[in-house]
Design a protein around this ligand. Structure first.
Ligand code: 4LI
Ligand code: NI
Length: 185
């Protein structure tokens, strides 16, 4: 079981590396790792389990955050429209995105960052993702708002990018051009 002891914190070089593509079909090892990552995210949102193991709640986790430099991520959340997103993805790719931007009014947090970094993190308002899921199927889907933000945050980890890299140092709370705030859960 993955716990906070397995979560790599900022400063670790693996968080700044470009992760390697996963060879598909995924090996049993990679498949099990991704399933464990998804289970960790679910556990982190379960009051009882989170309390028992001291888990910090999150909605997404990328493999580099457990020290594995491979292109896989897990997300588990319900968005503002009560739509559920619960999946493990191999080699996710943003194949297209809007010009319009969005952002979380209260900024972003990250399980690998044990401090508050205030400021707006500009994200694309709409994205289309192509990936391979835990069942080995190629999937392609469109996301907007909160869901699009979470996936961009996690895919950034696969490219060694941290959320605060996107914050404007001069004007951290200036909303970007052509943007509207995302509705939070
Ligand atoms: C408890 C149980 C206020 C502050 C509002 C909490 C179950 C921040 C928001 C949660 C903020 C759950 C979240 C992310 C933010 C802030 C992530 C609470 C867990 C809200 C997820 C990856 C950025 C994702 C909206 C500094 C660990 N998550 N809040 N950002 N929630 N959560 N991110 N921002 N300000 N981070 O953190 O999983 S994308 Cl589900
Ligand atoms: Ni993160």
């Amino acid at each position: 079981m993955i716990t906070m002891d397995d979560i790599v914190r900022e400063g670790a070089p693996v968080l700044r590396e470009k992760a390697e593509e996963v060879n598909l079909p995924a090996s049993n090892d990679d498949n099990e790792t991704l399933q464990e990552m998804l289970q960790f995210i679910k556990n982190s949102q379960d009051d009882e389990i989170a309390k028992k193991y001291n888990l910090r709640p999150g909605v997404g986790l990328a493999a580099p955050q457990i020290g594995i430099s491979k292109r896989m991520l897990a997300v588990h959340f319900t968005d503002f429209n009560e739509k559920e997103y619960s999946m493990g993805l191999f080699n996710p790719r943003i194949v297209s995105h809007s010009v319009e931007k969005t952002y979380l009014q209260n900024g972003e947090g990250c399980l690998s960052v044990d401090r508050d970094v205030p400021g707006i993190v500009p994200r694309y308002a709409r994205i289309t993702i192509q990936a391979t899921n835990l069942d080995g199927e190629q999937v392609k889907f469109r996301l907007k708002g909160y869901a699009a933000i979470v996936l961009q945050h996690e895919i950034d980890h696969l490219d060694g990018i941290m959320f605060y890299d996107h914050i404007d140092e001069q004007q951290p709370f200036q909303p970007p051009e052509n943007s509207t705030a995302a509705e939070e859960m």
